[in-house]
Design a protein around this ligand. Sequence first.
Ligand SMILES: [Zn+2]
Length: 107
Amino acid sequence: MTKNIGLQIKAPKNECSDMHCPFHGNLPVRGKLFDGKVSSAKAKQTVTLEKENPVYISKFRRYARGKSMIHAHLPACIITKEGDHVLAAECRPISKSVFFVVVEVRK
Ligand SMILES: [Zn+2]
C-alpha cells in the first residue's frame, strides 16, 4: 500500500520493501524541499543532487555562480539516472550526510 506523504506529487507506480521509503516504509518527511539535478548516481541507494543558486554581489552588480549539493536517499521504487530533475524532501537523518529522500522524478 502506498502512503500519502502530504505533498502534492505523484506516488511511484511500483512497490518496494525499502525501510527508508516515504511511500512504503517507515520514513516520515517534513521540512524543506530540494529541487535539483542528479549529478551522481554511483552510490548504492544514494544520489547526489545539485542546484544552482546565483549569488548577487552588489559591488559588481553581477551574479556569481553558486551551487549547493546534497546527498539524498533513493528508495528502491524510484529509478533515476544522472542528469534527471528530481524533487527531494527533508526527513530524519539516514546517515551522516543523508537527510533528504527523493520523492519524485520530474520530466
Ligand atoms: Zn517505495
